[in-house]
Design a protein around this ligand. Structure first.
Ligand SMILES: Cc1ncc(COP(=O)(O)O)c(C=O)c1O
Length: 401
């Protein structure tokens, strides 16, 4: 792998111009245009090579352009791309069975994004509150959480700066500090559900902790409220378990999957206990594209690769190695997270380091103003971990304070 000096020629003029003229400017983008990917490597338009330690924000878990996924998609594309969900197609039903088998329970609703999977969970929770809890419909979520950008999931996302200018938020949302049991106890009055992430990915890769997660479970049980776990970022092997909650000794009532499920194709899932699924009859929820044959085939291939390569174990092992390498770097104060969802807390600004890293051929992101997130494909090898750590060390040394 080459050592690269950052230069502005990593985006073509036409793309740069079109993006500023024709797109709604919701993103601050780095000036790099990627054109190709293979496993953990990306190439930009100028031919520069990068080690991808972000995987499109925890998405490309089985690696870029993974052969099995490409083959499954191409095969399905040539057979049948779409029919309405008012008909049957085999890949969706096979995938539902496969997802049921992950935890050994649950029925599935498929959608196209993590936010939609959480919207479905929110509707399920409201339905449960109305039908089974005498109309208790408040929803509790944790401060620094991230559940999506639709109006419902934005309201659950307890980051006030993301609400600014979009008020009023959906009513009956309550936000509690992660770890604060007293606050949760009072927030649960009149509530039908608590939404949590096992690790708050967008909040800064902040582990919520086994003790508090178990308290949430117990408090929900004693009130009859649902515990919903958002596994959109943590799910499917990333943290060293198939599902992140498995390592913490509790079972949710509903969990959601997204990101890694399609390895970059738009598919997400809401998994609910049987009795909760029964609350949703025909016509209560729906989607045009969700669970279509192409994205479902992709997801089946993704899960096949994860299973045959034991990627949950690989993530635990590679995660331990990466953590050790990062902890040894001068300028890294600490490393947090589980498996291959890690954040390095720095002594300097993360934005500067991330920019310098791009110049050294390393893709990571600034998850807080002082922390850098690492979420590489779970297929990352030892040599790539070494290279990532070396490039990161150079980036810290080179970046302004
Ligand atoms: C925990 C969590 N939930 C939900 C979402 C939203 O997913 P999507 O962007 O696919 O709608 C994200 C995205 O980062 C996430 O990290």
């Amino acid at each position: 792998m080459s050592d690269l000096a950052f230069d502005p020629s990593r985006i073509s003029d036409a793309v740069s111009k079109a993006s500023s003229e024709f797109l709604i400017p919701t993103y601050r983008r780095y000036p790099v245009e990627f054109v190709r990917g293979e496993n953990c490597t990306l190439w930009d338009v100028a031919g520069n090579e990068y080690l991808d330690c972000l995987a499109g924000l925890s998405v490309v878990s089985v690696g870029h352009c993974r052969g099995e996924v490409t083959a499954a998609v191409c095969e399905q594309m040539a057979k049948l791309v779409h029919v309405s969900n008012i008909f049957y197609t085999a890949p969706q039903f096979e995938l539902a069975k496969r997802i049921h088998d992950l935890a050994g329970w649950g029925r599935v609703f498929f959608s196209n994004s993590g936010a939609e999977a959480n919207e479905c969970a929110l509707k399920l929770a409201r339905r449960y509150g109305n039908l089974s809890m005498n109309g208790a419909t408040a929803v509790v979520s944790l401060k620094k959480s991230f559940h999506g950008r639709t109006m419902g999931t934005l309201a659950m996302t307890a980051q006030p700066e993301k609400h600014e200018g979009f008020e009023p938020m959906l009513g009956e949302m309550r936000y509690v500090e992660s770890g604060d049991e007293e606050a949760l106890e009072s927030a649960l009055d009149g509530a039908c559900a608590v939404f949590v992430e096992v690790i708050q990915g967008e909040g800064g890769v902040l582990p919520v902790g086994t003790e508090y997660l178990k308290s949430v479970r117990e408090m929900c049980d004693s009130r009859g409220a649902l515990m919903v776990v958002d596994e959109v970022q943590t799910g499917l092997c990333r943290t060293g378990n198939w599902l992140a909650f498995e390592a913490h000794g509790f079972t949710p009532d509903i969990y959601t999957l997204g990101k890694a499920l399609g390895n970059g194709l738009p598919i997400a899932a809401t998994v609910a206990r049987d009795d909760l699924a029964e609350l949703m009859g025909p016509g209560t929820h729906g989607t045009t594209m969700g669970g279509g044959p192409v994205t479902s085939s992709a997801a089946l291939a993704v899960l096949g690769v994860m299973e045959s390569e034991n990627l949950h174990l690989a993530a635990a092992q590679a995660g331990a190695a990466l953590r050790e390498r990062l902890e040894a770097i001068d300028g890294v104060e600490s490393v947090r997270g589980e498996g291959l969802l890690l954040a390095a807390e720095l002594e300097k600004s993360s934005a500067e380091v991330v920019e310098a890293a791009l110049g050294h051929g390393l893709v990571v992101n600034a998850v807080t103003s002082t922390a850098v997130r690492f979420a590489p494909p779970l297929t990352i090898g030892t040599a790539e971990i070494d290279a990532a750590a070396e490039r990161f060390e150079k980036s810290i040394r080179g970046a302004a304070a």
